[in-house]
Write a protein that binds this ligand. Sequence first.
Ligand code: SF4
Length: 81
Amino acid sequence: MSYKYFTNKECEYYPCHNLENINCLFCFCPLYFLDKCGGNYTVLENGLKDCSKCNIPHSENGYDYIIKKIKENSIKKETEE
Ligand code: SF4
């Protein structure tokens, strides 16, 4: 176990997804506000993203994936300015 991965079996919502192993580090996905997050979300009629079928933040490599996406997005914004 490391700071990149842990499971909180004491959480009242555990297990929140039908996964054998769940990374609880990002309970709420930091990529929610990115259109190009890379996850398999759908958009509801009210315009909100439905991420219920995406397991990226709860995967073993979720931390690395999310940090990489945040860096890519930051670099893209800097070059646009
Ligand atoms: S949970 Fe998945 S689909 Fe939703 S914002 Fe995060 S990466 Fe994208």
